[in-house]
Design a protein around this ligand. Sequence first.
Ligand code: GLY
Length: 368
Amino acid sequence: MSAHDFVIAGSPAWIGSLEQTLLPWLEAHRASYSGLFLLADANALPAGQGAVDALSEAWGDFHRCPMILSDAQTYTPGDAEAGKTLLSCERIWRAMLEARLDRRALVLILGGGVTGDLGGFCAATYKRGIDFVQIPTTLLAMTDAALGGKVGINFDDIKNTIGAFRQPAAVFIDPTFLQTLHPRELRSGLAEVVKHAYIGAPELLQYLQQRPHVLNAPENLSPHEWNRLLRASIAVKARIVSEDPLEHGLRALLNFGHTFGHGLESYFLSIGQPITHGEAIAAGMLCEMEDPSPADIALLQPLLPPVSLSQVCWSSLWAFMQQDKKNDRDRVVIATPGDAPFTMRKTTLTPADVQGRWQRFLGQTGQA
Ligand code: GLY
């Protein structure tokens, strides 16, 4: 098989067709594992059916646990998130027990960010932890969620409150899954690509600024363009996570845009009009930048939520932002890129700062 493309906190990662990456890797590691358990988002499965059929031929009848996390016909932002619960874990743990998985079993997790977080958490805790590989099928998972070993679930309506760090045995990124995604879902993942560009890839930032079609019409991108974007974006995540796998320092920079972003995401969820994670953090990045330039605003504009943001009162945002476990009672802390790539600036915000930044954002994006 070909050499891996990245090593992310010790986990090898490949970009390429599953037939050319996953299948030879499994063959090479066959002696290490007692059996396979496929946990898959049922909606993503058809695009990976060729590889699954080849797997059946090579491994015989292995255990499968399809999950229905969202409606295949319509795209509703965040609907899979409702399945990231303890109840889903119970279902998966029970299926693992019924399949008589022992500690040498390997879990294959095929799906988007929710499937990866949920499946990774179940594997990380089953019999005190068994190996799993991540096969991300959304852009968001390919460039962020499936990389770096954060696994977990939501609890009492608070995102990712219960979880662990456990690195996957390997990650297999097959860009052909991108062809099956809704443009809004592609744009959501592109927000993480832009975040990585700001954090550590000035040449990627320039590439995106010079090619507005990438963020405006991602559904038309060629495989060559996707390959380039994925490689440049993943390189940033790989470097940060390898340097700081347990988030004692620099990894907090990956939360750029997420403090305001999670506030917005929670607000729209609470009023029954969910927006995508990427839309929220695109707005969050503009709020968290010290002084966004016209170029920053032009770049991020196509990724913003397609809803009126002026309806959001800064005090509602503030209330949701305070749920972040990193904060004090009357302050929130944001991590933003410093002047040089891979440097971080931390800033403490008061309620007045949050109000000022939200009003600045609304004015700059023509929504005041
Ligand atoms: N998604 C942020 C991180 O992996 O740290």
